[in-house]
Design a protein around this ligand. Sequence first.
Ligand SMILES: *Cc1c(COP(=O)(O)O)cnc(C)c1O
Length: 409
Amino acid sequence: MSDAPQHAPHGFAVQDNCLLVGGIPLPQLADRVGQTPFYAYDRALVSERVAHLRKHLPDAVHLHYAIKANPMPALVQHLAGLVDGFDLASGGELSVALDTTMSPQHISMAGPGKSDAELRRAAAAGITVNIESADELRRLVAASEQLGYRPRVAVRVNPDFELKTAGMKMGGGPKQFGIDAEQVPDVLKDINTMDVDFQGLHIYSGSQNLKVEAIQEAQEKTLELALRLLEHSDTPASTINIGGGFGIPYFPGEAPLDIAPVGERLGELIEQATSQLGDTAVVLELGRYMVGEAGIYVCRVIERKLSRGDVFLVTDGGLHHHLAASGNFGQVIRKNYPVAIGNKMSADKLENASVVGPLCTPLDLLGNKMPLPNAEAGDLVVVFQSGAYGVTASPTRFLSHPLPAETLC
Ligand SMILES: *Cc1c(COP(=O)(O)O)cnc(C)c1O
């Protein structure tokens, strides 16, 4: 038994014992969706998060949403009205982006291994392609010439420094992402001779960073590297995408990232570089920071089971829908995501229980021995911090259960 308070993440309200999502009590929302499990994203929390970024980041910074974090079409359309652009990483995400009201000129595509088919679609759509190799540039130019479009090109740079503390490092050292910084001058000289619409540079060094100083340092080094490399381009860049990597707290002991000092420092850096930047816009691309905390995963307890004194809440949801919460998406040591019983939010008597799914594997664990209210069949388990890298980062065909629903409210 434990009397640790239940986790109720900032933003979600509680009314009459029930979690509210978009103002709707969770049991009513489950009835409205018509099934469990489902993901629910709170539209107002997404809007608030973007407003929070705007408040603390310099006005000059363009904010892009990285669709990879959550490509749900209604959510992406909602963000189309809030951010300045989209960054995407596949032909599938391109389709989602083009179905929104975002103008193609504010959409860019990154990622290694773009196929000729994707490059042709990107050229026809008029979006910017962040090229990741000289070969990709050659293929993009060939495809565009054949089709009769002038491609919009930016160069993704693999920086010559590495982030000290990012959760996931995606730049520095040998990487499949981007063109090594030392080769970029030659690529820019080639681009100078080509009939392409040069947009600028894209430098992305890592993800899930919660350390202010590490982000400040990465932004400084990134901007400095970009300005140094751009001296080799005859055409001024319209954008420098300096990445993002802003993290959100998932586990006990992690504190939310303080955006204010990040914005302040970035403002100073941009100000110092005013003359070199000219009309070049600085772009930040963020995925999980914009949507991660606005989403929950909801599943229903099928059975409360006792095994040798331990309580197991066996639910209809699991790792096939939410790999990250099971601890199998890049975690070294498994830790619990914040979990609650969404129709018993105000219970003060707690017990230790494990939340498991219906899959026939011990990996199917959504909560390990967590303090939770006494739950039984029919109750609704909520996994917070689930708005990013949820269903699309999960092995949904594993064990052949149905897909979860998704709702934006
Ligand atoms: C994954 C990715 C992002 C988004 O990362 P978050 O951690 O969700 O902010 C942004 N840019 C690129 C190039 C990526 O690969």
